[in-house]
Write a protein that binds this ligand. Structure first.
Ligand code: PGA
Length: 285
């Protein structure tokens, strides 16, 4: 049985995703263990994903249990081959990943990734059953020039491969100037951009485009998460710095949970935990 992350469309569960970037040695796996324990205990009404460095995926997946998912941060379009230093989607899945971040601005800018390359990678993710979290976002100068909506539309048009279905896709809107900066757009700006992203998805996918989660990313912390996640068409967050420590990430997860009606039920009356992905139990032993 394969690992398969499931899109929960109705009602749409927020997706709280941590992007560890190039942070994390084996010692940091303790953070994943703590996050997994807190999620099992709290049973928040959200899907939780952590994308550690590839070196930690196997062990992270073992620690994550059935309630949180583990993802990669990039993949190569090909299945295998002479691509020194690269990892295929098949390798990520084999290691225990059920999702992959694609087209993060640090890949687009630092590694020259184009929309077409992101689309090719998303095809690889589709091929293996990994959920694609496709990142888009404007630079400060594009924003200043009033081009944010056009940039996001163009990146969606270019980065989603033909044939991709809504169930295979999450969009993460991350303004480049907000990443790691402590600055973020105003609530009205986020709502405006996400509303346009929603319309772009509905134009492409019809009403099914309404079930695609649109994450906000860029300087999300426990302090601002509630305000951001309450906005229309913000269906979760992609979190960098504040996902590295269980104490910070848990605080964000709790913030989301606290905003959901009925979450503060006693554990014995709460809904049973929802598994966000099928797990190959033989792999987890
Ligand atoms: P940040 O990063 O939360 O540290 O701003 C977000 C991201 O790059 O995904």
């Amino acid at each position: 049985m394969s690992v398969q992350y499931k899109l929960r469309a109705e009602p749409m569960r927020p997706l709280i995703a941590g992007n560890w970037k190039m942070h994390g040695l084996i010692a940091q796996l303790a953070e994943i263990k703590s996050i997994a324990a807190a999620v099992v205990a709290g049973n928040p009404p959200a899907d939780i994903l952590i994308c550690p460095p590839a070196t930690l995926i196997v062990r992270a997946a073992e620690l994550a249990g059935h309630r949180i998912a583990i993802g990669g941060q990039d993949c190569h379009p090909e299945t295998a081959g002479a691509f020194t230093g690269d990892l295929s989607a098949e390798m990520l899945k084999d290691a225990g990943a059920s999702a992959v971040i694609l087209g993060h601005s640090e890949r687009r800018q630092g590694h020259g990734e184009t929309d077409a390359m992101v689309a090719a990678k998303a095809n690889a993710a589709r091929r293996t059953g990994l959920l694609s979290i496709i990142c888009i976002g404007e630079t400060q100068s594009q924003r200043a020039a009033g081009r944010t909506l056009q940039v996001c539309r163009d990146q969606i048009a270019g980065s989603l491969p033909i044939g991709m279905t809504p169930a295979e896709l999450v969009i993460a809107h991350e303004p480049l100037w907000a990443i790691g900066s402590g600055h973020m757009p105003t609530a009205a700006e986020i709502a405006d951009v996400h509303g346009h992203i929603r319309m772009t998805l509905v134009t492409r996918f019809g009403s099914e485009g309404r079930a695609i989660r649109i994450l906000y990313g860029g300087s999300v912390t426990a302090t601002n998460a509630l305000r951001v996640l309450a906005l229309p068409d913000v269906d979760g967050a992609l979190i960098g710095g504040a996902s590295l420590k269980a104490i910070d990430f848990d605080a964000i997860i709790r913030t989301v949970a606290a905003s959901a009606p009925g979450w503060d039920q006693p554990a014995d009356r709460a809904e049973p935990p929802v598994e966000v992905h099928d797990l190959d139990s033989s792999k987890r032993k």
